[in-house]
Design a protein around this ligand. Structure first.
Ligand code: BG6
Length: 488
């Protein structure tokens, strides 16, 4: 690999710790490749991979190339790859002992504008920060990006936050929730705040309930020991689902600057009605999958997944949350997520209230429903009651039809971006709007901890559901007792 001579000016850098790990190879480096392909990386940016494995720059670049090829299904733009390769360095470091940080310091000697991306176990965050500080690498102009999980409860979240704060100030700490990088999640802000149509209706007067579903067909995918320690509530609800809830429920921010948006999200999290021990049976459902079919193939029970065993960890959660403020008083926000469900689908459903009085005698009027589909496809649909062109029912036969906006069709030419592309770019540009602030993460844990405490206080186990089904029957009772149904 031939390298450019070091530039005499200050060159920004990104250092990825855990550079040979799964997330880095599947998401981060392919994202950097796509950003390179689209000409979005600063021309001077240096990219440094760091991990414990003893590797040279070239073998490291070979690994990345293979990872990118896997992601792109074999397509590689030779020019873009050549440009990316020119930027690459590798430094073997031991995050625990600090070995190798001197080599990192040599590579980074020409810059103080450094983005450190910790794609490692959170147990290493504190140690890596101290080594950066000791080596004089934690410049005021640098920043640190950390992956979830930020703790497994409020206490451990605070510990991690304290260990980061010992080296970096909060305005230099970027906590990732990759859902915030998804195009459709961004579009939720556009839908709410770039249109006048919905905002006047966006409250308890017009909205009956909200459903947020993140359904996955996959099981635990070789991550049993991590997953078993976390379960669906910590792995998905504490972060991704609560972030979606915040974006739906928050007040319009004054602007899109980081604090305006995050202040509004924190207010929502602090308005969540606590689900206390006495309420967990009524307001939450836990499930665990048993053997069944997933994507038409036999799927083992959770306990029989590779590396697994008998366990009371939930792979499914449904719950009914309330945001106790003027806008949302009394409106249920139903959240559900699970592994080994029948389809991969994430969506937000806003169910409007029925008309106050029907003039169409004997005709069933279905209330309007806005469905914001986040994945696999991105679209927005609004069901409206319409007249059918027939003379039945005295000439007034009505039927619900949907106004559909398919973003995939509207923007056929655009490539579906990996959420990390946007997040990496925002971090490199030092913009924190799409990253979780400390008080936000801690407010989310405060609410989640109470539910987990409630579960720990009962002898009840998660309810079984067959892999490939929509979860335990109790989840249907949860919404059914309010006269509602889940929309799949
Ligand atoms: C991760 C969870 O944060 O999100 C995984 O740890 C889950 O368990 C994943 O599968 C889902 O992300 P996506 O982008 O595929 O919906």
């Amino acid at each position: 690999m031939t390298r450019r001579p070091p530039a005499p000016d200050r060159r920004p850098a990104i250092v990825i710790f855990g550079a040979t790990g799964d997330l880095a190879l599947r998401m981060l480096f392919p994202s950097l490749y796509f950003l390179e392909l689209d000409g979005l990386l600063s021309p001077n940016l240096q990219i440094v991979g760091s991990a414990r494995t003893d590797l040279g720059d070239e073998p490291f670049a070979d690994r990345l190339k293979a990872a990118v090829l896997e992601r792109t299904g074999g397509a590689l733009d030779p020019d873009a790859w050549a440009r990316l390769e020119q930027r690459l360095h590798y430094a073997a470091v031991d995050g625990k002992t600090g070995e190798g940080f001197d080599r990192l310091a040599e590579i980074l000697s020409n810059t103080d504008d450094i983005t450190y991306y910790l794609s490692t176990s959170p147990s290493l965050y504190g140690a890596i920060c101290s080594h950066l500080k000791a080596e004089g690498l934690a410049h005021a102009n640098s920043r640190i990006v950390v992956e979830k999980p930020i703790g497994r409860d409020l206490a451990s979240c605070r510990e991690i936050n304290d260990s980061l704060a010992a080296t970096f100030s909060e305005d230099r700490i970027f906590r990732i929730d990759h859902y915030l990088g998804k195009e459709a999640v961004q579009n939720l802000l556009a839908l709410r705040f770039a249109n006048t149509l919905f905002e006047p209706l966006w409250n308890k007067v017009s909205i009956e309930h909200v459903q947020i579903t993140v359904a996955e067909t996959v099981g635990v995918e070789g991550r049993w020991s991590y997953y078993n320690d976390y379960g669906a509530i910590r792995d998905m609800v504490q972060n991704h689902l609560l972030q979606l809830l915040c974006l739906v429920a928050m007040e319009p921010p004054a602007s899109l600057d980081p604090d305006s948006v995050r202040n509004e999200k924190v207010k929502v999290l602090r308005s969540l009605r606590p689900i206390k021990a006495g309420d967990v049976d009524r307001l939450t459902v836990r499930g665990q999958y048993t053997a069944g079919l997933s994507d038409s193939r036999p799927a083992p029970a959770y306990a029989d997944e590779a590396g697994g065993g008998a366990s009371s960890t939930e792979t499914y959660v449904a719950l009914s949350a309330f945001v106790d403020n003027w806008r949302w008083a009394g409106v249920p926000f139903y959240l559900r997520t699970g592994k080994r469900l029948p389809v991969r689908s994430s969506q937000i459903v806003i169910q409007f209230r029925p008309v106050p009085h029907s003039v169409f005698d004997g005709v069933e009027l279905l209330p309007n429903r806005l469905t914001i589909r986040l994945q696999p496809e991105e679209n927005i649909s609004l069901t409206l009651m319409n007249k059918t062109p027939s003379l039945a029912d005295g000439g007034m036969e009505l039927k619900p039809l949907a106004l559909n906006l398919s973003l995939d069709t509207a923007f056929k030419e655009s490539r579906r971006r990996i959420a990390y592309e946007r997040l990496l770019l925002e971090a490199l540009n030092n913009n924190q709007t799409l990253f979780v602030r400390r008080d936000e993460a801690e407010a989310a844990w405060t609410w989640i901890d109470q539910i987990i405490d409630g579960w720990n206080n009962t002898s009840a186990l998660p309810k079984e559901y067959t892999a490939g089904s929509w979860g335990p029957s109790d989840a249907f009772i949860l919404v059914g007792m309010n006269g509602h149904n889940w929309y799949d």
